[in-house]
Design a protein around this ligand. Structure first.
Ligand SMILES: [Zn+2]
Ligand SMILES: [Zn+2]
Ligand SMILES: [Zn+2]
Length: 262
């Protein structure tokens, strides 16, 4: 399984508009962060998690050939507003792309972007996405995918475990019921936002406590603001790194030992 960090940035992206701080003006390309999203490749199939407002740029820069499924974490603009950029793939491949998310997430997306699901009555548009509500484990391309409810400030988001990797963006607490499903991870990609506390996100200190509890082989901290310079990665504990756009991760752990517990 190959994972590409398409976007490692918080909702503003880095650099943030109008900001002249050291990170926003840094010459290190790893300090440029588009909005958070990952791509998971399994046996030639591509699963996109979230459609960031930077999806078009991410798809071009990473030469994504097609998208076979989309998993949505929640409905904040930085995670869904690039949804229309899936149209190019649809025009090329003439396939309706299945998408997955919680009931609340899909209700909002199908309401606010109804034309994407129904096709417009005029102009000859056809539906682009097909919604699939998830509440428990499901299967895609031979892999078990486990949606994990997460607390995100005053709302909720959905993390996803795919085999021995987990993507937990936009969370301020992981309920015990989800923590129990996160043992034996090869790679954990986890929200860490910044150093100072935030009501809706783990900061770096809080993320490291999650890492201590779960003990994944490798952890990648993501959804980063301009408070965090990429060179700070050197100060993190062994096995923990900062994400950067274009980062590629490989997990060769077959479906997982933890699968037995599900
Ligand atoms: Zn976000
Ligand atoms: Zn800045
Ligand atoms: Zn959010």
């Amino acid at each position: 399984m190959k994972i590409t960090i398409l976007g490692s940035g918080t909702s503003t992206g880095v650099p943030m508009v109008g900001c002249h701080c050291p990170v926003c003006t840094s010459f290190d390309p790893k300090d440029t962060r588009t909005r958070a999203s990952i791509l998971v490749e399994i046996a030639g199939k591509f699963i996109l998690i979230d459609t960031s407002p930077d999806l078009r740029r991410q798809a071009l820069e990473n030469a994504i050939p097609h998208i076979d499924a989309v998993l949505f974490t929640h409905t904040h603009a930085d995670h869904i507003n690039g949804i229309d950029d899936l149209r190019g793939f649809h025009l090329l491949h003439k396939r309706v792309i299945p998408c997955y998310g919680s009931k609340e997430t899909l209700d909002m997306i199908t309401r606010n972007f109804s034309y994407i699901f129904t096709g417009a009555s005029q102009g000859g548009y056809t539906p682009l996405l097909e919604p699939h509500q998830v509440s428990g484990a499901f299967h895609l391309f031979g892999q078990t995918i486990l949606p994990l409810p997460l607390v995100h400030g005053y709302s909720y988001s959905t993390g996803y475990r795919i085999g021995a990797i987990a993507y937990l963006t936009d969370c301020s607490r992981i309920p015990d019921t989800s923590m129990h499903l996160l043992s034996g991870l090869d790679i954990l990609i986890l929200d860490a936002l910044r150093y100072t506390p935030h009501i809706s996100h783990f900061n770096i200190e809080e993320s490291l406590k999650v890492v201590e509890a779960l003990k994944p082989r490798r952890t990648i901290l993501t959804h980063l603001t301009h408070e965090v310079a990429h060179r700070d990665s050197e100060k993190l504990p062994p096995g923990v790194e900062l994400a950067y756009d274009g980062m590629i991760l490989e997990s060769n752990i077959a479906s997982m030992t933890a699968n037995r517990q599900w």
